[in-house]
Write a protein that binds this ligand. Structure first.
Ligand code: NAD
Length: 318
């Protein structure tokens, strides 16, 4: 354990690095346009909420035109539901919809103020995208990721081949939205080692403009939400595999005993068992702590292709 004096010096050094690397002098009110990369369940939700709440134009990039049209059809469905339930007028829904601009070209992000990346949880894919964003976007653009488990420091490092040049890496931050984005209010904001204070503050304020409640957490495996949630889900699966209780007993006691809308096994099905497994693997590998060992049953279910709701079968049938 470092002495208090050494720790204070280390903290001071971090602050100094940050103050030298600050290149973004914008604040959230200056964010007048958004780019979202990935039109999947998270990206589309983020884009829609930004159009509705912050009323900024949103360029949505995806490599698949099928994903873009499916995503926009889903946005139409959600907007129609909001109108039907009197949560917004038809005019407001039309205005929000008109702000969503699909594209398959990353170059269309060349003038946006804020980007949120929401592509699959594959490190190399994210590193390549952030390398490109550093070249394509203006020098003030905040570069945010929605990663569930990949280190923000590593993603920020991928913006440059020269680690002493923090002009882009200081603008990288995580805005970790929860699923489904239009419903869940919480967003976790995570700084990497290179993230400047202005970047962090702008990300917090911009998420507040989206009507979200922010929590700030450190760049450690699982951050806050998954560090707490995934071992809980994993323990529920271990209880099932070791016969402590059956599926319904496990979900019923947690639903009726802790006042949560879903038990842990049903929640795992909704998140995706592959996602749960990959986050547990990150927690286990990066900490080396046996308390994060993924359940054997969870691994077997992923091997069987039983990924939960999205594949039609998990702990429940859909
Ligand atoms: P998803 O699979 O639903 O969507 C990903 C989209 O990215 C797809 O439409 C795909 O076509 C697109 N894509 C792939 N490569 C691309 C590229 N190079 N450029 C542009 N688009 C590309 O994934 P998701 O569930 O929305 O997850 C996205 C991110 O959000 C992941 O990092 C995930 O860990 C994180 N996340 C997911 C959840 C959740 O519950 N699903 C919750 C919080 C965070």
């Amino acid at each position: 354990m470092a002495s208090p004096l050494l720790r204070m010096r280390a903290l001071g050094a971090c602050r100094q690095i940050r103050s030298f690397s600050d290149t973004s002098r914008r604040n959230a009110a200056d964010v007048k346009s958004l780019g979202v990369i990935g039109a999947g369940q998270m990206g589309l939700g983020i884009a829609l909420v930004a159009a509705q709440k912050a009323q900024v134009p949103v360029t949505i990039i995806d490599t698949s035109d099928k994903a873009l049209s499916k995503g926009l059809a889903f946005a139409d469905k959600l907007l129609a539901k909001d109108v039907a339930k009197s949560r917004m007028t038809q005019d407001q829904a039309d205005q929000a919809r008109a702000l969503l601009k699909p594209s398959m070209k990353m170059e269309d992000l060349s003038s946006v103020d804020f980007v949120i990346e929401a592509v699959p949880e594959i490190p190399k894919l994210k590193y390549d995208i952030f390398g490109n964003l550093a070249k394509i976007c203006p020098k003030h653009t905040i570069l945010a990721t929605n990663t569930s488990s990949i280190s923000i420091t590593k993603i920020a490092a991928a913006t440059t081949s020269d680690p002493t040049d923090t002009s882009a890496s200081s603008r990288v931050v995580s805005t970790h939205f929860m699923n489904p984005v239009p419903v869940q209010k919480g967003v976790e904001i995570i700084s990497g080692l290179q993230t400047s204070k202005e970047t962090l503050d702008t990300a917090v304020e911009f998420c507040k403009r989206l009507g979200k409640v922010t929590s700030v957490s450190a760049d450690t495996p699982g951050f806050l939400a998954n560090r707490i949630l995934m071992p809980y889900i994993n323990e529920a699966v271990i209880c099932l595999e070791t016969g402590v209780g059956d599926r319904d007993s496990i979900d019923d006691i947690m639903r009726n005993g802790t006042n949560v809308p879903m038990g842990p096994l049903q929640l795992a099905d909704f998140i995706g068992l592959d996602t749960c497994l990959s986050i547990m693997k990150v927690l286990y590998q990066e900490t080396g702590d046996s308390k994060y060992r993924p359940s054997v049953l969870l691994g077997k279910m992923v091997d069987a292709g039983w990924l939960g709701k999205k594949s039609g079968k998990g702990f429940y049938d859909y």
